[in-house]
Write a protein that binds this ligand. Structure first.
Ligand code: FDA
Length: 310
């Protein structure tokens, strides 16, 4: 409960315009603990660095909801360029995309622009043998994102597109069951948005228990799972679960965020598990940065120290 109060407080304060202006005024220096750089070249370099430790990358051009079709199309073009650049650099491109950043909810020529742009992005990734994960945003977007995910899997197959389920939402176990016919590639997370108690569990113990159930159900169904957490007790439990249920190591991977628990990322990779780091980059880093600060009380001290240093 304390965790939830802390998280709500940080997300509420960081949503204030003057706080955003203050933090942004300190420049990118503050963000670089969690963000690989402001351009795609820095992000690709970060993947190449991590690969030396046996860790794979998941590139994320930072950006959230955009209100105009022009901006959404521009953003989609940047993601397409990223796929081209990653391929040219010799990587198998793996990217994450928020559908709200490419036009979800805006209708153009009778079609949802987010879906139209996602089609272009998944198509390009597929041509390079790559993968696109549709990030999950706040709860009003879950239905439409899962619907669009279903459409994309039907069109491109489940080897090139996946999505995310958040264990803090009451609805999520039923959502996972409802996707089983697709044998979907799912990233399981706890959830990072400020959500009302009517839709999301307020108690961390419940969120953690739901997390384990989701991962185990996904594994038992024989579907690929991205176990995206830094929670060591969950990671240990998952290791035991896969051993006791004979789940092969190529049926799941551990995923963590760039700049968080690098020690654990390296340790798991050295133990022979597939590990992938989520590597955000771009100029629109503030909302992503705020969510990372909200996840851990010690991170607020990190920001305050950075602000005082100037
Ligand atoms: P928890 O919050 O319980 O933390 C476990 C331990 O990890 C903490 O005690 C702390 O030591 C460490 N830790 C966690 N966060 C930290 C931080 N920011 N800084 C330093 N230490 C930290 N969410 C979402 O809603 N939609 C999405 O699409 C995604 N995508 C996504 C991809 C990947 C690869 C990851 C790892 C996470 C996401 N998330 C997400 C974020 C997710 O919902 C969640 O907010 C964070 O992963 C933090 O939760 P943990 O599972 O790590 O557990």
């Amino acid at each position: 409960m304390i965790d939830q109060i802390y998280r709500k407080a940080v997300l509420t304060v960081s949503g204030q315009k003057f706080v955003e202006d203050l933090v942004r005024s300190r420049g990118f220096g503050l963000a670089q603990r969690f963000v690989a750089g402001e351009d795609s070249a820095s992000a690709i370099r970060a993947v190449q660095e991590l690969e030396k430790d046996g860790i794979l990358g998941n590139l994320d051009l930072l950006g959230e909801f955009v209100a105009s079709p022009e901006r959404a199309n521009e953003f989609a073009e940047k993601v397409l360029n990223l796929l081209d650049e990653a391929h040219a650099a010799g990587l198998t491109p793996y990217v994450s995309v928020k559908l709200s950043s490419v036009g979800q909810g805006q209708t153009v020529n009778g079609e949802d622009l987010g879906l139209a742009n996602a089609r272009r992005i998944v198509g390009r990734a597929k041509a390079y043998g790559g993968f696109v994960c549709l990030d999950m945003e706040d709860h009003p977007r879950v239905d439409v994102t899962l619907g669009q995910f279903r459409t994309l899997v039907n069109e491109f197959g489940n080897a090139h597109v996946g999505t995310v389920l958040q264990s803090y939402l009451y609805r999520t176990e039923a959502d996972r069951d409802s996707l089983d016919d697709l044998h979907p590639n799912l990233r399981i997370v706890k959830g990072a948005y400020l959500e009302p108690e009517t839709v999301a569990m307020p108690d961390k113990a419940d969120v953690d228990a739901s997390y384990r159930r989701l991962v185990y159900a996904q594994m038992k169904a024989g579907n690929y799972v991205n176990v995206a957490t830094h929670d060591e007790s969950i990671i240990e439990d998952v290791k035991h679960f896969v051993l006791s249920h004979g789940i092969e190591r190529d049926r799941f991977e551990f995923q963590m965020l760039y700049g968080v628990r690098r020690d654990l990322q390296r340790e798991l990779a050295a133990q022979g598990y597939r590990v992938r780091a989520y590597i955000p980059y771009g100029r629109d880093w503030y909302p992503y940065f705020s969510r990372r600060i909200a996840e851990r009380p010690a991170n607020v001290m990190f920001v305050l120290r950075g602000m005082l240093r100037g």
